[in-house]
Write a protein that binds this ligand. Structure first.
Ligand SMILES: Cc1ncc(COP(=O)(O)O)c(C=O)c1O
Length: 389
């Protein structure tokens, strides 16, 4: 979805020419500049750049003291990295149904909370905001921490606030498939100073050698996931592009939805259509067979068939292989004995039904008006072929 070109090449070339590829090599690094600018863009207090969305999620969980003995709720529809981050923090992921918005169902969350549940990760899949008002209400009542997985929702918002800034912490990915990219990268956001210090330690436990030993949080050891100046430089350029990209995606999406409103096709409910990323138009077909036929006609994708975005595809989780060594495997830790850790492929039948009837059609910001018209014509024709008219 991203745009990339000469300004990124120039920014990276200038870092290479300067010889300063390490963020602590000079006083105003490109990484620090991006963190400051992205924090201002999000209206957030602390932003920390890291190597990926997965390390951002892990740092966010550790930042909030999630660890062994804790259950963390994750939705049935997300990339496995969301659940992997929970295990990397030593906690246990518990899978919760999605609703027709293909994001976490707040009522299912409420039902699933148990005595060990400490946190929830709502995931804004394909730039579609979760029902954050309802999720935050459940979280407050049940005393859960909220970590937003905004990895697929860079630039998106929810009723005037940026996604990732509504819960206690948020995580973004800047990998090759995201609205803003530096090849691989991620960021943690939080308004809590102590959490930010812990996240910084998680990202770079050796950072105190460079930033000074007088840190507010005693350092603990972790794996390194520090970003380089090349990534920081590229992201500074990407940040200048993001609003125009998301505006373009949203404009195309609204046009497609308006033009197909009378076809009988049922779009999924949207929780903040004016603020979302607009990356995908998603329709819910009456049956799986109709979804398959419709997806073929419009070159779309059945959400349940991407091969990697629903819980049934999370192979190591089903095998309860939560670490590289049995002694470190959260599924075997005594502290986690009271956590729920039985996974079955058919444990979320409602999610499976919805996800196999949901068809998404990708938007692209550089699509010309005539191409959007062609797409609309194709969707209309496919609606009658799939028998929804
Ligand atoms: C919803 C979600 N969470 C987490 C991640 C992990 O991000 P990364 O690949 O940057 O580690 C992704 C990546 O695609 C994702 O889509």
């Amino acid at each position: 979805m991203y745009r990339v070109g000469k300004p990124e090449i120039d920014a990276i070339a200038s870092v290479i020419r300067s010889g300063n590829l390490f963020r602590y090599q000079k006083t105003e690094s490109a990484c620090a500049r991006f963190e400051r600018r992205y924090a201002a863009y999000l209206d957030a207090r602390h932003v920390l750049l890291t190597s990926s969305g997965t390390t951002a999620l892990t740092a966010a969980l550790v930042a909030l003291d999630i660890g062994p003995g804790d259950e963390v709720m994750v939705p049935a529809c997300t990339y496995m990295a969301t659940a992997c981050a929970v295990l990397a923090a030593g906690a246990i992921p518990v899978i919760v149904d999605v609703d027709e918005s293909i994001t976490m169902d707040p009522a299912a969350l409420d039902d699933a909370v148990g005595p060990r549940t400490r946190a929830v990760i709502p995931v804004h899949m394909w730039g579609l905001p979760c029902n954050m008002n309802a999720i935050m209400r459940v979280a407050r009542r049940r005393k859960l921490l909220v970590i937003e997985d905004a990895c697929q929702a860079v630039g998106g918002g929810y009723h005037g606030r940026k996604l990732g800034t509504i819960g206690d912490a948020g995580a973004f990915s800047f990998n090759y498939y995201k609205n803003m990219t530096c090849g691989e990268g991620g960021a943690v956001v939080t308004r809590r100073a102590r959490a930010a210090a812990r996240a910084a330690c998680m990202i770079d436990c050796c950072g105190f050698y460079w930033k000074g030993r007088q840190q507010s949080v005693h350092p603990f050891t972790s794996n390194g996931s520090r970003a380089s100046e090349l990534e920081g430089a590229m992201l500074n350029v990407q940040l200048d592009r993001i609003d125009a990209i998301v505006r373009g995606l949203r404009r195309h999406k609204h046009r497609v939805l308006n033009a197909t409103a009378k076809t009988g096709l049922q779009p999924i409910p949207l929780h903040s259509p004016a603020d979302e990323c607009g990356a995908q138009v998603v329709y819910l077909l009456p049956t799986r067979a109709q979804a398959d036929a419709f997806a073929r006609q419009v070159a779309g994708t059945v959400v349940g068939k991407t091969g990697r975005h629903i819980y049934t595809e999370w192979d190591p989780i089903f095998r309860r292989e939560g670490a590289h060594h049995p002694a470190l495997n959260p599924y075997r830790l005594p502290q986690n004995r009271g956590c729920r850790m039985t996974y079955r492929k058919n444990m979320c039948p409602r999610s499976l039904d919805i996800l196999h009837r949901a068809v998404m059609i990708a938007m692209h910001p550089d699509r010309k008006a005539a191409d959007v018209d062609d797409l609309i014509a194709k969707i209309r024709a496919a609606a009658s072929l799939a028998g929804v008219r």
